[in-house]
Design a protein. Structure first.
Lengths: 258, 258
DNA sequence: ATGTCTTTGTGAACGCGTGCACAAAGATGG
DNA sequence: CCATCTTTGTGCACGCGTTCACAAAGACAT
């Protein structure tokens, strides 16, 4: 996933492993679907299949939360929905601000998944004065001059950054200074934050590049049957006496911008 | 992050660990920035700082690719850009289709990061007949009836799903049947695919829930100083004789839809 | 040529996450 | 009440990923 994975030093938060926390939303989603179909109980095997994980892993994950199952029967769906919601902190209201209302920011503002689970879009913020006052997803965009006031007035602790890469770090700094302690970053930049602030990264470009890697590998393995020489041929290294500006191989293909 | 983490069984692809592959795009981005500033060489320490990782980790990562550094000096920026690009398969052209041109799909189509690194939006596909022919990001939207033909005509092997959750699995099945072997999924669903197909997941809702968990933990630790009783109080379990429809605690707060 | 100094590349230890396999627990039927 | 059967909860082993720490390698000055 996205992925973006892991900025935190894998600090086991109150005994619950980070990997388990990352899977709880998956379980919760599957359980909610069962709940809507009025299914009373579910076995670890069934639920694991619905969530796309190993059943042993699921049972171990739940064991970190407590003994919530009944042997011979399974798990009470409603009860487990509540327990996981509580553990994830979804029984309370989380006001969220989105900074950077471009194409992506607007799409996020319109995303239904926000409102459903305790998350509420408290404000939309953009640096473009022309955007100010214009409603997006029914919420008027506010100018970034008022960022600090917006954060404090609404008691926001979670911020979403959907700005261009260049603006991300300054915006992040202001968010943190204003009291935000969790950031979801969509800008293609590494954010630097003080201790105690959590950052999660969602990066489309990185995900695609990872897919491309595996795609290439699959294609390479397949082609290896036909033509040989797919192995990494020994390439000339940039010698100390070589000119530095030109690519070392002479045929460096299109070093792309940005 | 995105996440999304890990659907593959951690198959070490040609000796390069999955965790390393996931970091290569980060290094590449930092290196590209250095290249634009015409920096000739960079040390592992500097590059690691720019990419937000440990320098030892970076060196080990690069050691999987080969010995591309020069002791006492560092790494040749241009050379490394080329090597990583080649390793990730970015020296070739990857046509991509986006299925589901709603708010998110349109935002993705407009995203600049696509075009820059070998990825090319070959087609936009939507199930809504009213969308057909309408240009988004300069590309006319095509109807999903023609999905198979579009995939095959353009030789597409990477598909992006930005449909509602309900449509995701059927779309996925059709993409795979048409020859797509890598999928980036933005729909909040677990996709089932045959062996040999890679899926990466980007899920806004999950990322927010993970942040909420840590946010709650931070708030709880802070509040523990003032009022006690923040520890998980023993809650009544759903007894076998209890009615099943109602939540076990009697005050299950707003089990949310979807 | 030789010594010094910087930086890489990697062996080794450690910790986390995963999955197996099974004992314990409880439901269910007689 | 007892036997059987299902399913949970978990001890254990294994493998991957991370980090430390250092030897090897090369640049550079003298």
């Amino acid at each position: 996933m996205a992925t973006g994975r892991t900025h935190r030093p894998a600090t086991r938060s109150r005994g619950i492993p980070e990997a388990t926390v990352a899977r709880l939303p998956l379980y919760l989603r599957a359980l909610t679907a069962l709940s809507e179909r009025s299914v009373p109980t579910v076995s670890s095997e069934e639920l694991a299949a619905a969530a796309g994980v190993n059943s042993a892993k699921l049972r171990k994950d739940f064991s970190y939360l407590g003994s919530y199952g009944t042997r011979g029967v399974g798990y009470d769906v409603e009860y487990l929905v509540y327990q996981i919601s509580r553990e994830l902190g979804l029984t309370q209201d989380w006001p969220v601000v989105i900074v950077g209302i471009g194409n992506l920011g607007a799409a996020l503002a319109n995303y239904g998944g926000f409102a459903s689970r305790g998350f509420r879009v408290a404000a939309l913020i953009d640096a473009d004065p022309a955007m100010a006052g214009k409603p997006v997803a029914g919420i008027p965009v506010q100018h970034s001059d008022d960022l600090e006031k917006i954060i404090q007035d609404n008691g926001v602790s979670i911020g979403v950054i959907a700005t261009p890469a260049g603006a991300a770090q300054p915006v992040c700094d202001r968010l943190v200074a204003a009291g935000v302690t969790s950031i979801l970053n969509f800008a293609p930049t590494v954010l630097t934050v003080p201790d105690g602030v959590d950052v999660r990264k969602v990066d489309l470009s990185i995900e695609l590049q990872i897919l491309a890697f595996h795609e290439q590998r699959k294609a390479g393995e397949e082609a290896a049957a036909h033509t040989d020489g797919s192995g990494p041929a020994a390439v000339t290294r940039p010698g100390s006496d070589d000119s530095a500006d030109q690519g070392p191989d002479g045929d460096v293909p299109a070093v792309m911008p940005a």
